[in-house]
Ligand binder design. Structure first.
Ligand code: AHM
Ligand code: MG
Length: 334
């Protein structure tokens, strides 16, 4: 049995030029994930203290749950506690946060995160997740971190991953050398390697989309959904519909089993709901590293040049052939 800590050290040893800073950063994320996991597990018992709404809204006008705020604080504190990160951006913060004390003057990295994705599901005991994305800063160490450091295209990511707080808690990450998954053993207090080198099946039979919004979808998506529902034995259609409404969980299932997750544009949300920088790009990096694909319907997600921190984008991610098929429908009908 190999723990996440041991695995990170082993991988670092394979790259003699590695300084250990990224390993240390990943350890900070691992530590915060354990703390957040503990609080999520007791959320049902401590509703007054950690459950329900915090009474505030984030910059995007969404109601913040107490656990959104808690998870944000935990990950921010864990990343600030060591000297590798010079700033973070988060779904729960209006602006990026600079870590500008003396101990961060040589920090190379910025982290973008959604500390608790799908948090509206907590009250009904459905899985939620944390998503993170790591870039090397563009500005020089020692200088103040700038917006440019955060507005980098996804292809510049150094590492990305997620934690899914599900029936088991798992941490899945990539540093650009495959995708590896670790399952949390609460009796040991360790994430243990359970899924080395995950590969997304090229073709799948699951489609995940909030079909309640059907009437608002672009024609390409409507026609693709029809295609998913038609009978064709050779391609194992009709496909199965699965939608948890928790992006990390829907993505995780489709990555292991083969499938496509779609959050398209809608008439009232021209760019969909999901955020490019801390939801779509990190999962796109994982998808590609596992042999899958991520698109906005027309172009590769990771090549989009971001213009703002909380920018949204339509999103199609999962098994390569399914994403390509959806893109064909988008090109033809939307
Ligand atoms: P959140 O970051 O505010 O939790 O919103 C993102 C979540 C995703 O986890 C999920 O896939 C999606 O919103 C569900 O949205 P909808 O309820 O519109 O289907
Ligand atoms: Mg989110």
């Amino acid at each position: 049995m190999i723990t996440l800590g041991e695995y990170i050290v082993k991988k670092q040893a394979e790259y003699p030029s590695a300084t250990g800073e990224l390993s240390s950063l990943l350890s900070s994320i691992r530590r915060a994930a354990k703390v957040v996991n503990r609080e999520i597990n007791r959320a049902g018992l401590a509703v007054d203290i950690i459950g329900g709404s915090s009474g505030s809204e984030n910059v995007q006008g969404e109601v913040q749950q107490k656990l959104d705020v808690y998870a944000n604080d935990m990950f921010k504190a864990a990343l600030e506690a060591r000297g590798e990160v010079c700033g973070i951006a988060s779904e729960e913060e209006d602006h990026f946060v600079a870590f500008d004390s003396e101990s961060h003057s040589n920090a190379k990295y910025v982290v973008l995160m959604d500390p608790l994705d799908g948090s509206s599901n907590i009250d009904v005991n459905v899985s939620v997740g944390t998503i993170f994305s790591i870039y090397r800063r563009i500005s020089k160490p020692g200088e103040p971190v700038t917006m440019e450091d955060f507005l980098q295209p996804g292809i510049n990511q150094i590492a990305a991953g997620y934690v899914v707080y599900g029936s088991s808690t798992m941490l899945v990450y990539t540093t650009g050398h495959g995708v590896h998954g670790f399952t949390y053993d609460p009796t040991l207090g360790s994430f243990c390697l359970s899924h080395e080198n995950i590969r997304i099946p090229e073709e799948g039979t699951i489609y995940s989309i909030n079909e309640g919004n059907y009437i608002k979808f672009p024609d390409g998506v409507k026609k693709y959904l029809k295609y998913c529902q038609e009978k064709d034995d050779a391609s194992k259609r009709p496909y199965t519909s699965r939608y948890i409404g928790s992006l990390v969980s829907d993505f995780h299932r489709n990555m292991l089993k083969g499938g496509i997750y779609i959050y398209p544009s809608g008439t009232s949300a021209p760019n969909g709901k999901l955020r490019l920088l801390y939801e779509c790009n990190p999962l796109a990096f994982l998808a590609e590293q596992a042999g899958g694909k991520a698109s906005d319907g027309f172009r590769r997600i990771m090549e989009i040049k971001p213009t703002s921190l909380h920018q949204r984008t339509p999103y199609f991610v999962g098994s390569t052939r399914m994403v390509e098929k959806a893109e064909e429908f988008m090109t033809q009908y939307s």
